[in-house]
Design a protein around this ligand. Structure first.
Ligand code: ADP
Ligand code: MG
Length: 263
């Protein structure tokens, strides 16, 4: 086939106003907690939101809850890529029941893959069955397998390249299909409050890493007292830095108090 002349390349010019109109029609996925207030009312269609934090900070509970909401309330499919083998259908059923959704329907809407290797994780997105039309795609523990398979400084460049490739694939999928995307990442916090990941403490310091620059909104989760957790928006291109509390209950992640706080 003859190569297209430059003049035949279609470019899609629009006004900023048109873009604003398009953006205002985007559907938001509400977490039904004050986390919504951090990100303009909920997760935005076509974007990837990252939740990161220590073990037990509530990353998976947010994933389970949003999966239950999309399946139970919107009656739509969810793809769940569980890279840490911590997915619990019983917990999702509990969340569904306590929110008044049909647990069977919810579980039947959630398509689960539990990759054991980086190769399996990299292949996951391209292997989603055609009959599955996810409205939400979750990658819980997105960097975990990479960390366990690529050990040592000399493997860092290759690993980061693959991670970027994976995230790019995910971003394209989410954007093209106008769906919601979530990734979670485990980090560690030293007593002085510095957040780090093992092995590559320097490279992954806050704000300094290309992976983190590729996600749209990043929310840091930390434990507070008891069931209470704090969500903090970090480095958003659109929203001011702020933090809001939430709690983990039989309903999954839940608002603290009745009314969303106003500012
Ligand atoms: P991570 O950030 O490591 O993914 P999780 O999202 O799994 O952490 O959150 C773990 C927390 O959720 C624990 O503190 C646990 O007490 C709480 N949790 C787990 N299951 C339930 C439940 N059924 N009811 C209330 N809290 C729960
Ligand atoms: Mg988890």
């Amino acid at each position: 086939m003859p190569k297209k002349k430059k003049s035949e390349v279609k470019l899609n010019w629009k006004t900023a106003y048109d873009l604003l109109q398009e953006r205002q029609s985007l559907q938001r996925l509400s977490t039904k907690t004050a986390i919504d207030e951090l990100i303009g009312g909920g997760l935005e269609e076509g974007t990837v939101t990252e939740f990161y934090g220590e073990f037990g900070s509530g990353k998976s509970q947010i994933c389970f809850t949003l999966a239950a909401i999309v399946a139970g309330e919107l009656d739509m499919d969810v793809v769940f890529i569980d890279c840490e083998q911590t997915f619990k259908p019983e917990r999702i059923a509990e969340i569904a029941r306590n929110r008044g959704y049909d647990p069977t329907k919810v579980l039947q809407h959630i398509y689960l893959i539990q990759p054991l290797t980086v190769d399996e994780q990299m292949a996951a997105l391209n292997s989603i069955p055609e009959t599955v039309k996810p409205k939400l795609i979750i990658v819980d523990g997105a960097t975990t397998l990479f960390r366990s398979e690529y050990i040592g400084r000399e493997t860092l460049a290759e690993r980061q390249g693959l991670l970027r490739q994976f995230l790019k694939q995910l971003k394209n999928y989410v954007k093209q299909n106008k769906i919601w995307g979530i990734v979670t990442n485990q980090v560690y916090q030293s007593p002085d409050g510095t957040i780090f990941m093992p092995l590559d403490q320097k490279e992954l310091s806050v704000g300094g890493h290309s992976w983190w620059h590729m996600v749209d909104d990043r929310i840091f989760l930390r434990k507070s007292t008891g069931t209470k957790r704090i969500a903090k928006l970090v480095d958003s291109s659109m929203h001011p830095p702020a933090e809001r509390p939430f709690q983990i209950t039989e309903k999954g992640v839940e608002q603290i108090g009745e009314i969303l706080s106003k500012e």
